[in-house]
Design a protein around this ligand. Structure first.
Ligand code: LAN
Length: 691
C-alpha cells in the first residue's frame, strides 16, 4: 500500500510550474522557470493530473442516466487537449524507472530539471507502508526485484543510504535474502551498473540471431515485446557491458547483499530467484538448456562467432529504433536500446542523442511525483473508446459537444499510420500502412484492436454525425481493413500486435520468471471482438470491399469467441481486471451477429466484494449488449454509478483497472470516465429515463 507516512524529508518541485505539451500525439511534461510559468497559466488538464484544485463548476444534479452521462462528459471534456485526444497517466508497473535511471548514470547524461526530485517523490510515495519495499506494480507485495532496483534508483539520484526510506527498504531487501535473489531482468540491470556479476546471470546469447528462421525457437517468432527486450539484452550481455566501478557503486555492492560482495559464489546465483518474486518458475528444460549454454558460450567465444552475433543483434536494435522514430515498442527496450547505442555508436552519435531526447515521452508527472508510463501513452485507445460511447448515447449530437467530436476526428485522422516500417522485413515487422497504434503514430506499432477501435470511431464520426467532414478517405479505411484481415489466426481469433508466429511450447523456455504467457502471441477475446466489430461497422458502410473475406473472417472470429467461453459463462480477460472486461467485449461481439440472452447461453453475473465503478460499467455494458431481461439488476448498477458521481460530473479513482502478462497491474485512469459515461449513455438509449 502507498505509504505517505515515510514520505518525510524530501523536497518536491513546485507543482504549479509543470506543463503538459502535446505535439502530433506526443505528450510530454516540462518543468518551466518561474517566469515562463507566469506567462503561461496552467490549464485544467495539467491541474487535474497534478491533483491541483480545478475550477469545474457544480452541475445540476442528474436525475436520469443520460443526464449523469452528460455531466460526466461535461467534466471530462475539460481534459481533451487542443489536438483532440485525452492524455493520461499510464503508470502501475514498478520496474521501469530503474532502467532509465541506470542508463542515465552509466552514460553520464544529466536528467532534465525536476525529474530527479519527482522520481524520488514517486518512489517515496509508493513504498510499502509496512515494510518500505516495492512490488511488481503499485498494489503488489514487496519483492527483491523492485526493492533492490528502486533502492538503487534512490541512491543514484542522491538519496543518502541513511535516509529513513533507504534504511527501511534495505532492511526488507535483506530480509528477502538480498539482491542475489532478483529475477533475471533485475540481475541484468545490476550487472550493467556494475553491482552484480554477469556470471550470476543465465546466458542471453546474441547467437540466437544467427539461427535460421525456420527453427521454431527463432526469436523472431516471440511476442514482439519479449523479442524486443531480448535483442538489446543479448547485445549488452554478449559484450558484458558493465560500467566501471565508482565510489557509489562500490558502496552499493556493500548495501545490496547480506554477505561481502567478493565472497558471493556468483555462478550459483543464476537460478536463485526469491520466492516473493517468482510468478513463473523455470521449467526443467530451461534450466537444462541454460546449463548447456554456459558451456557453449565458452566455445563460441573462441570461434569468433560472438562478434558476428553482436553485429546481428545490434542490427536488430537499429531496425527497431529506426522503425519507431527512436521511441521503441515500450519502456523496457527503450532504455536498453539507448544503452546499446551508447556502447556501439558512442555518446556523441546522432542516434544516441535521439534516444536521450525521446525518453521524455515515457515520463508522466502526477500529483504524487514522476513515473515512467507502461507505453508512451494510451492516446489512441482512450480517445477512440470514449468517442464510441458518446456516439452511442447520442451525447455526440448535442450542440455543446460538436466541437469535441470534430477535434476527436482530427486526432484520429492524424494518428493513423500512413506507411510501412522502413525496415519491415529485416526487423521481422508486419505491415503498418493504415493501422492505428495504441499510443501515437511515431511509436507506430500496429495493434489489432487499436486499429479496429480507431476504425470504428472514424466510421461512426464520419458516417453517423451530420456536422463532421470526411477526413479519412475510403482508401485509408480500406487499408485499415486490410491490416485487420491479415491478422486473423487459424483458430479464428486475433492476437495483440501480430499473428501467432511460434509454437506454444516456447512458454517452457520463458526465462522472465515474473510474467506468464509472454513468449508468443496468443489470441484474446478482447482483441477478437474489436476486430469483429471493426469489420462489421465497415461492412455496413462499404458493403463491396473484400466482402466475402470480411464475412468469412467475422464468422470464424465469432466462432472463436464462443469456443473460449468458460463453463461458468464468463470470458477470461488478459488486458484488464478481468472477467467483466472480457465478458463485455465478448457480449458485444455476439450481439453484433444477433446472439443475445434469449437465443444463447445465459451469462452468470459475479458479484464483487468491493464494487468498482469501472467493473460495474463493463458488467452493465455486457448485460445490455446481451439484452439481459433482468432490468432491475441493470438499474441497480446504473444507480450505483450515479451515486458515486461527484457534483462536478467526475468520478474518483478506485482500484487499479488494468493487467498484463498475468501478473502486473497497470493504471487506466481514464476508464472511470470512459466506461461510466458509455454505460450510462447506453442505458439511456435502451431504457430512457426509467430509473
Ligand atoms: C498493453 C496496453 C494495451 C493493450 C491492449 C490494447 C488493451 C490489448 O488489447 C492488446 C495489448 C496491449 C497493446 C498491451 C500489450 C502489453 C503492454 C504494452 C500493455 C499491457 C501496456 C504495457 C505492456 C508492456 C509489455 C510493458 C512492458 C513489460 C514487458 C514485459 C516488456
Amino acid at each position: 500500500m502507498p505509504g505517505a507516512s515515510i514520505n518525510t524529508t524530501h523536497n518536491p518541485t513546485d507543482r504549479t510550474r509543470w506543463r503538459l505539451r502535446v505535439d502530433e500525439g506526443k505528450q510530454t511534461w516540462h518543468y518551466l522557470s518561474e517566469e515562463e510559468s507566469k506567462a503561461d497559466p496552467q490549464t485544467d488538464i495539467e491541474k487535474y493530473w497534478l491533483n491541483l484544485k480545478l475550477d469545474a463548476p457544480e452541475l445540476p444534479k442528474a436525475k436520469t442516466a443520460l443526464e449523469a452521462a452528460g455531466n460526466g462528459f461535461e467534466f471530462f471534456k475539460r481534459l481533451q487537449n487542443e489536438e483532440g485526444f485525452w492524455s493520461g497517466e499510464y503508470g502501475g508497473p514498478m520496474f521501469l524507472i530503474p532502467g532509465l535511471v541506470i542508463a542515465y548514470y552509466v552514460t553520464g547524461v544529466k536528467l532534465p530539471e525536476g525529474w530527479s526530485q519527482e522520481i524520488i517523490q514517486y518512489l517515496f510515495n509508493k513504498a510499502d507502508e509496512e515494510d518500505g519495499g516495492w512490488g511488481l506494480h503499485i498494489e503488489g507485495h514487496s519483492t527483491v526485484f523492485r526493492t533492490a532496483l528502486n533502492y538503487i534508483v534512490l541512491r543514484l539520484l542522491g538519496v543518502d543510504a541513511e535516509h529513513p526510506v533507504c534504511i527501511k527498504a534495505r532492511g526488507t531487501l535483506h530480509k528477502l535474502g538480498g539482491a542475489t535473489g532478483a529475477p533475471s531482468w533485475g540481475k541484468f540491470w545490476m550487472a550493467a551498473l556494475g553491482v552484480y556479476e554477469w556470471e550470476g546471470m543465465n546466458p542471453v546469447p546474441p547467437e540466437l540471431w544467427l539461427l535460421p528462421h525456420i527453427i521454431p525457437f527463432h526469436p523472431a517468432r516471440y511476442w514482439c515485446h519479449t523479442r524486443n527486450v531480448y535483442i538489446p539484452m543479448s547485445y549488452l550481455y554478449g559484450r558484458r557491458a558493465t560500467h566501471p566501478l565508482t565510489d557509489l557503486t562500490r558502496k552499493l555492492r556493500e548495501e545490496l547483499y547480506t554477505q561481502p560482495y567478493d565472497t558471493i559464489p556468483w555462478y550459483k546465483q543464476r537460478n536463485n530467484i526469491c520466492k516473493a518474486d517468482e510468478y513463473y518458475p523455470h521449467s526443467r528444460l530451461l534450466d537444462f538448456l541454460n546449463g548447456g549454454l554456459v558451456l557453449a558460450e565458452k566455445v563460441t567465444d573462441r570461434l569468433g562467432i560472438r562478434s558476428r552475433a553482436l553485429k546481428a543483434a545490434y542490427a536488430q536494435v537499429k531496425y527497431e529504433d529506426e522503425n519507431t522514430h527512436y521511441l521503441d515498442i515500450g519502456p523496457v527496450n527503450k532504455t536498453m536500446n539507448m544503452l546499446s547505442t551508447f556502447y556501439e555508436e558512442g555518446k556523441d552519435s546522432e542516434a544516441f542523442k535521439r534516444h536521450v531526447e525521446n525518453n521524455i515521452d515515457f515520463m508522466w508527472m502526477s500529483g504524487g511525483g514522476m513515473m515512467m508510463n507502461g507505453t508512451n501513452g494510451s492516446q489512441l485507445w482512450d480517445t477512440a473508446l470514449l468517442i464510441q460511447g458518446l456516439i452511442e448515447s447520442g451525447l455526440a449530437n448535442e450542440p455543446q459537444n460538436h466541437e469535441a467530436m470534430k477535434k476527436g476526428l482530427m486526432f484520429l485522422d492524424n494518428c493513423q499510420i500512413r506507411k510501412d516500417p522502413p525496415f519491415m522485413k529485416e526487423g521481422w515487422r508486419d505491415r503498418t500502412l493504415g493501422a492505428w497504434p495504441f499510443s501515437n503514430k511515431w511509436q507506430g506499432y500496429t495493434v489489432s484492436d487499436c486499429t479496429s477501435e480507431g476504425l470504428k470511431a472514424v466510421l461512426l464520426l464520419q458516417g453517423k454525425l451530420s456536422f463532421t467532414e470526411k477526413r479519412v478517405s475510403d482508401e485509408r479505411l480500406n487499408q485499415a481493413v486490410d491490416i485487420v484481415l491479415d491478422l486473423q489466426n487459424s483458430n479464428g481469433g486475433f492476437a495483440s500486435y501480430e499473428s501467432v508466429r511460434g509454437p506454444q511450447w516456447l512458454e517452457l523456455i520463458n526465462p522472465a520468471e515474473v510474467f506468464g504467457n509472454i513468449m508468443i502471441e496468443y489470441t484474446y477475446p478482447e482483441c477478437s471482438t474489436a476486430c469483429v466489430l471493426g469489420l462489421t461497422y465497415f461492412r455496413e458502410q462499404r458493403p463491396d470491399y473484400r466482402r466475402d473475406e470480411i464475412d468469412a473472417t467475422i464468422e470464424r472470429a465469432v466462432k472463436y469467441i464462443l469456443d473460449v467461453q468458460r463453463a461458468d459463462g464468463s470470458w477470461y480477460g488478459s488486458w484488464a481486471i478481468c472477467f467483466t472486461y472480457a465478458t463485455m467485449f465478448a457480449c458485444e461481439s455476439l450481439n453484433s451477429v444477433g446472439l443475445s440472452y434469449s437465443n444463447s447461453e445465459a451469462h452468470r453475473y459475479v458479484e464483487h466484494e468491493n464494487s468498482q465503478v469501472v467493473q460495474t460499467s463493463w458488467a452493465l455494458m455486457a448485460l445490455m449488449a446481451a439484452k439481459c431481461p433482468d432490468h432491475e439488476a441493470i438499474k441497480r448498477g446504473i444507480r450505483l454509478l450515479m451515486a458515486r458521481q461527484k457534483p462536478d460530473g467526475q468520478w474518483q479513482q478506485e482500484a487499479i483497472e488494468g493487467i498484463f502478462n498475468h501478473s502486473c497491474s497497470i493504471s487506466y485512469p481514464n476508464y472511470k470516465h470512459i466506461f461510466t459515461i458509455w454505460a450510462l449513455g447506453r442505458y439511456a438509449k435502451i431504457y430512457g429515463d426509467d430509473l
